[in-house]
Design a protein around this ligand. Structure first.
Ligand code: AMP
Length: 281
């Protein structure tokens, strides 16, 4: 496994692979990340991973300084899954002196949901992903469905800017009790951790109601809220039933289009997000 730090090194190393998949991460890897790495390796033959905690996507009040980090453990996990290339840039390598560009995906997809709660977050995400994708020059880039809005924003950016990379979205990997894996789950107290699976249970309740024929979006939102009430340590930020492409809230789910159902709940200082897709029929 080749571990490099500079833009020039990653670009030079990339030339060794006829096809390359790429998984951008902020490190502190878990099975959610590793599933994307395995999928990329299986589909492309070779896989690169970046590990970079991106300051641009954290607000001053957020957890940039305390975000969990363990590079040695991450590298050991990546070796085990057959990762070929790891890029661990410092901030000056991603944002060289004089860096003055930002990528702003406008419109509803960045203003709503996580974008409403975290102003500037998706500008930080789009900007870093643009730098990382351009620097690595992979054929395919892999993102997790866990961050559904991020996937929508990245797809929009790649299409709008004609970036020569195919975006692939991998399924959300969960703990045995349904909680979506996240590096931030380590912040939860045991009591919060015990209640956190309510997010996925709520989303499953919505999926069941939808499968049983419910199309009214408010009825679906109410079904989720009822389950989330069983987690009193959590403060509900939103339950959304939205169009999968525009992320606009819907009144009725069009079965030909489906919807993405997402929720965010704060447990103390930890904001958990999760989603399920109601597939088109
Ligand atoms: P992060 O390190 O949190 O920026 O995540 C890096 C990539 O892994 C992103 O594309 C995430 O959506 C994806 N990811 C994080 N958690 C999961 C999960 N539980 N299942 C699948 N993908 C995930």
């Amino acid at each position: 496994m080749n571990v490099v730090t500079t833009r020039a090194q990653v670009r030079a190393a990339r030339a060794a692979y006829p096809r390359l998949g790429f998984v951008p991460t902020m490190g502190y890897l878990h099975e959610g990340h590793l599933s994307l790495v395995r999928q990329a390796k299986a589909e492309c033959g070779a896989v690169a991973v970046s590990i970079f905690v991106n300051p641009l996507q954290f607000a001053p009040t957020e957890d940039l300084a305390s975000y969990p980090r363990d590079l040695e453990r991450d590298l050991a996990l990546l070796r085990e899954v057959g990762c070929d290339l790891v890029w661990t840039p410092g901030p000056d390598e991603v944002y060289p002196p004089g860096f003055a560009t930002s990528v702003d995906v406008r419109g509803g997809v960045t203003d709503v949901l996580e974008g409403a709660a975290r102003p500037g977050h998706f500008r930080g995400v789009a900007t870093v992903v643009a730098v990382l994708l351009n620097a690595v020059g992979a054929d395919r880039a892999y993102f997790g469905q866990k961050d559904a809005q991020q996937c929508v924003v990245v797809r929009r950016m790649v299409a709008d800017l004609a970036m020569p990379v195919q975006v692939v979205v991998g399924a959300t990997v969960r703990e045995a009790d349904g909680l979506a894996m996240s590096s931030r789950n380590t912040y939860l107290t045991p009591e919060q951790r015990a209640q956190a699976p309510a997010l996925y249970r709520a989303l499953c309740a919505v999926a069941q109601r939808y499968a049983a024929g419910e199309r009214d979006a408010d009825a679906l939102r109410t079904a989720a809220r009822q389950v989330l009430a069983s987690a009193p340590l959590g403060e509900l930020a939103y339950v959304s039933v939205a169009d999968p492409t525009s992320l606009a809230e819907v009144v009725q789910v069009d079965p030909a289009v489906g919807a993405v159902v997402s929720t965010a709940v704060r447990f103390g200082r930890t904001r958990l997000i999760d989603n399920v897709v109601l597939p088109p029929s």
